[in-house]
Design a protein around this ligand. Structure first.
Ligand code: ADP
Ligand code: MG
Length: 239
């Protein structure tokens, strides 16, 4: 059981470097990609080499896009949203991918309305990263349990899987930029999650056991309830 709040200190250095590098590398990369596409059209041979080059370019682009999220979001807009609806949307988005890996996603929501102030796209990114990690932790299939409830002014969400789990060393390194145990991993997914949750005044906790599974728990502050707001207005008009 490791609290990830401490890890957020590691974000600032990564964030500063990320913006510069991502922007500088992205433009030439786009040009290279374009011209290679043209070359591929005229070329009968070496297609397999070009395909490797394209897949490597795609990988660089993935790392850059994650670095750009880390480098302080460009236009972050906080709005009151129903986090349950966002969860439904994300599950729909990833459901086909889950089925492909024999993973069943179970939703356990206390309420269909839990309102928080958030940047919807950023928060979606957090949920996507956690669910993707859960799927990747179950190469032979399994279950993901997503739950949501309210407690003490917070929305409490949990993303639990019965996958491979993590050892002590991985748990300790969790959230560190570029830390990955996967061949094709970027090691930026959780770093991105930490950054976004920090911007949302939220917190994240993880419990994991090797061979048993992993549970990521998130807490996000609730917005004031609608009821409270209307009452306040009525009190003013009553005067
Ligand atoms: P990546 O997925 O690219 O490796 P992440 O930052 O998303 O990068 O995750 C970092 C590491 O944390 C993963 O490589 C994996 O070892 C571990 N991890 C994250 N989520 C889980 C999970 N649900 N189950 C087991 N291990 C996990
Ligand atoms: Mg990941």
């Amino acid at each position: 059981n490791e609290n990830l709040a401490v890890q957020s200190q590691k974000l600032s250095i990564a964030g500063q470097l990320a913006a510069g590098i991502a922007h500088e590398v992205r433009n030439p990369l786009t040009a290279i990609n374009g011209f290679l596409q043209l070359i591929k059209k005229d070329q009968k041979e070496n297609h397999q080499y070009l395909d490797i080059i394209f897949s490597e370019i795609k990988r660089i682009e993935l790392v850059l896009s994650e670095l750009l999220i880390l480098a302080k979001p460009q236009a972050i807009t906080f709005k009151e949203k129903n986090v349950i609806e966002i969860l439904h949307q994300v599950v729909t988005l990833l459901e086909t991918n889950a089925i492909l890996y024999n993973v069943a996603i179970h939703k356990q929501f206390q309420d269909e309305q839990i309102h928080i102030r958030c940047d919807e796209n950023q928060l979606k990114q957090v949920f996507i990263n956690l669910i993707k990690n859960a799927i990747e932790a179950m190469p032979h299939g399994g279950n993901i349990y997503i739950s949501a409830k309210t407690k003490n002014g917070f929305a409490e969400l949990s993303f639990r899987d019965d996958g491979v789990g993590m050892n002590k060393m991985t748990l300790k390194k969790l959230g560190e930029p570029f830390y990955t145990t996967k061949d094709k991993g970027t090691g930026l997914g959780l770093t991105v999650c930490l950054r976004i949750l920090k911007d949302h005044h939220g917190s994240i906790n993880v419990e994991s056991e090797e061979g048993i599974g992993t549970d990521f728990q998130i807490a996000l502050p609730l917005t004031e309830s609608r009821k409270g707001q209307t009452r306040r207005i009525r009190m003013i008009t009553n005067r």
